[in-house]
Design a protein around this ligand. Structure first.
Ligand SMILES: NC(=O)C1=CN([C@@H]2O[C@H](COP(=O)(O)OP(=O)(O)OC[C@H]3O[C@@H](n4cnc5c(N)ncnc54)[C@H](O)[C@@H]3O)[C@@H](O)[C@H]2O)[C@@H](O)CC1
Ligand SMILES: Nc1ncnc2c1ncn2[C@@H]1O[C@H](COP(=O)(O)OP(=O)(O)O)[C@@H](O)[C@H]1O
Length: 317
């Protein structure tokens, strides 16, 4: 399994180091977060400011779709405003099929842009790439105070490759505990821990615990039976979900979903941990619901999942 990795001695050490943990480890608790959705019920007087402003960063050339999917998810899961900071110049324009999204061309003044926009939640990573512009936005996001921050995809790879970004992440978590969530798939988790995806999959609970220790963040380890934990919360496991979700863009949708829930949560008494847990379970439950209607597993799309999440959320209010 993991022994094919060029750095196989590191993996052997990793697996050996976790053998005793594995034996002692109690199984993760089952994630049961959907009852929290009632907190999102809106008072008759609420306005878009109550639902919060989500700013999403990513969409480098060739991957604009990733950011659009996150944006569509944020919009349909209830964010008051959804702003896309798009890195691809040819895609940074209003989207006729989703005119509600506010699309901007990301430029090299990320810190000033963030200060001017004053988002309630930032999410960074879907299709972000590894350019100097991507790094500028990641640094500015990590340094932006107080608001919940969702870190996904290439933003995780940038943190894995640049120790100074990991330091910024830790400083952020010291100053604002519980305000940052990372959503790696096993490939990104492997990059962060400098092991293989196979080693992550061989002991997901131990890998998650190492990711929490490494980053001091809330961490969502995606894949079959997604796991979530934080420095303050033991591991919980999502029982829902299915292989119909194995399609590019599904993770981007989760990122936008968590961001939208966290933005509403600010005025609806949901913290980032709770918003992340709801997002994970709603995402997987919606996929199961679509498969039960024969919309998948084959050919289930992230865009269809967004609409099913909206249905479920409104049913559970
Ligand atoms: N429409 C678009 O523009 C899309 C753009 N995307 C972007 O493309 C970039 C690359 O991301 P990708 O995640 O596609 O590719 P990556 O190369 O980052 O990761 C894929 C690899 O991760 C590992 N992996 C992932 N999930 C796993 C699992 N459940 N079990 C075991 N191994 C697993 C596998 O080794 C797999 O080959 C990101 O910026 C992403 O946001 C993707 O989100 C797909 C959609
Ligand atoms: N077999 C599976 N069972 C349950 N969930 C899955 C399965 N395959 C993928 N998923 C879910 O789909 C999503 C895929 O995310 P990710 O790999 O980041 O996609 P992308 O980067 O292409 O948007 C995650 O939420 C993951 O948990």
């Amino acid at each position: 399994m993991a022994l094919l990795h060029p750095n196989s001695s590191r993996i052997l050490c990793y697996e050996a180091a976790h053998q005793s943990d594995t034996m002692d480890m109690t199984p993760p608790r089952e994630l049961k977060s959907l009852e929290l959705i009632t907190r999102l019920k809106r008072a008759p007087s609420e306005h878009k400011g109550s639902a919060g402003k989500v700013l999403l960063v990513g969409g480098a050339p060739g991957m604009a779709g990733a950011l659009m999917l996150s944006g569509k998810a944020a919009l349909h899961l209830g964010a008051g405003w959804t702003i896309l900071e798009m890195l691809d110049p040819t895609s940074a324009h209003a989207l006729p099929e989703q005119a509600e999204l506010m699309v901007r061309l990301a430029s090299f003044n990320a810190r000033v842009q963030l200060e001017t926009t004053a988002p309630d939640v930032i999410a960074i990573g879907p299709g972000l790439g590894f350019s100097a512009l991507a790094k500028d936005w990641l640094i500015a996001s990590l340094c932006f105070p107080k608001v919940p921050l969702v870190i996904d995809a290439d933003a995780l790879n940038l943190i894995a490759d640049n120790p100074e970004f990991l330091d910024l992440l830790k400083q952020r978590n010291t100053a604002f505990p519980g305000m940052t969530v990372l959503t790696p798939h096993p490939g990104e988790a492997a990059h962060l821990l400098n092991i293989t995806a196979a080693a992550i999959q061989a002991n997901r609970t131990a890998a998650l615990s190492d990711l929490v220790k490494l980053t001091n963040s809330i961490v969502v380890l995606k894949g079959q039976h997604t796991l979530v934990a934080s420095p303050l919360h033991p591991v919980e496991q999502c029982s829902q979900g299915n292989p119909g979700m194995a399609i590019g863009g599904m993770g981007d949708v989760l990122t936008g979903t968590i961001a939208a829930l966290a933005a509403q949560g600010i005025r609806h008494n949901l913290d980032l941990w709770e918003s992340s847990c709801i997002g994970i379970q709603l995402h997987a439950t919606a996929a199961d619901s679509l498969v039960a209607q024969q919309i998948g597993p084959i050919g289930l799309t992230p865009s269809e999942l967004i609409l099913e999440m909206r249905n479920l959320l409104n049913k559970l209010l």
